[in-house]
Design a protein around this ligand. Sequence first.
Ligand code: NAD
Length: 423
Amino acid sequence: MLKEAGEELAEALRADLGKAAPESFLSEIDFVTAEVRRMRGRLRSWFRPERVRTPPHLQPAKSYLLREPLGLVLVIGPFNYPVQLTLVPLAGALACGNAAIVKPSESSPRTSATLARLLGQYLDPEAVAVVEGGPETTSSLLAERMDHIFFTGSARVGRIVAKAAAEHLTPVTLELGGKSPVIVERDVDLAVAARRITWAKFMNAGQTCLAPDYVIALDGVGPDLERHLAEAVREMYGHSPADSPDYGRIVDERSFDRLSAYLSEGRLVCGGGYNRETRYIAPTVLADVDAGDAVMAEEVFGPVLPILTMATLDEAIAHVNAGEQPLALYAFTNSEATRRRLLTRTSSGAIGFNAPMAHIDVPGLPFGGVGASGIGAYHGKWSIETFSHTKAVFDKPLAPDTMQVVYPPFTSMKEKIMRRLRY
Ligand code: NAD
């Protein structure tokens, strides 16, 4: 499906979000293909029963772990990477032998319709159903008993999902967002740092859960970094990003209105242009932003990059720790001491040094948040943990009956043996 209908999916993504085809293949279609391919290659070893040691007092016996499917998994997707964020969880759910219902986001309607048609065509309808619709449809799905709910989206809706799941004691994975900071120190090549920040921030017009949300400029790097960021934006999207075939659009008017209100805050470094009709907001960098500004109050989730200036790493750490735990924390640094301090004194779903967002592409790393940025994780082996139950199996022969020692009536001899064998 991903091979044969790749172009079709890319077309739908362009219609919904103005995504450039190469970006759609990189971050969505080929991303899923790679995950499926890896899973198929490793399934046999992941599902092999795993022996664990049986302690002496229970011998002879064997003990092992057996993975079993959970049953029916509900996958609820967001609008921003509507292919990747429905199909990667689906791949995990199916790999573990579950049936699944996929509910794509109504805010990416073309992609939702395309997925509904293609999944119906390519996959066994007994195993996979796609239900299209918005909050009302989702609410009625949530009222049903599921065996696992895998939700990607906002914390607001995540709470609704968790509450509904609690009614049936259904376990949930919540892949949420948050304000992922990027700390920039003086000792790095600022031109490279700016390019990497620009790429990660303005991909999909900033509508990426892992995108750098804001920058903390340390050691007075602010003015130089501003210059490099403006240059990197020009390099990637030209003088008029509105005309760049590589630059996306905001998903809907509501998001557009929220984002365009930020444009008057701080001092404009670059960007600032917008067009409500085409839902275009230029890649925008704002300097001299105050921690109390609206753009710092919630996840930006759009192409506006505020820069805060701080004097020390301690101040930056205190600022990060005063907020919710982000999905990712990024730092551009060459200092081992800085790495160590960030690793041990902050908490986030992931931490990326000198390259925002790239960790999502490392198959061995779990993808997920902590605290307000989410519950649980997936990708590769981590998806297997999420979408299966590890059953404990103990198997002991009836003869000889070595368990006689634990049967009443107890004698002092039995007690002595019991206590000795155990420890
Ligand atoms: P959203 O929470 O608005 O919507 C997500 C899904 O929930 C959609 O399918 C939608 O139909 C459904 N929904 C919306 N309102 C509902 C309600 N009242 N009851 C039941 N279901 C409802 O999120 P979004 O705007 O699509 O995505 C943006 C958010 O998702 C951002 O916060 C972003 O950080 C987060 N996100 C996280 C990840 C991740 O992997 N951690 C990835 C992408 C996006």
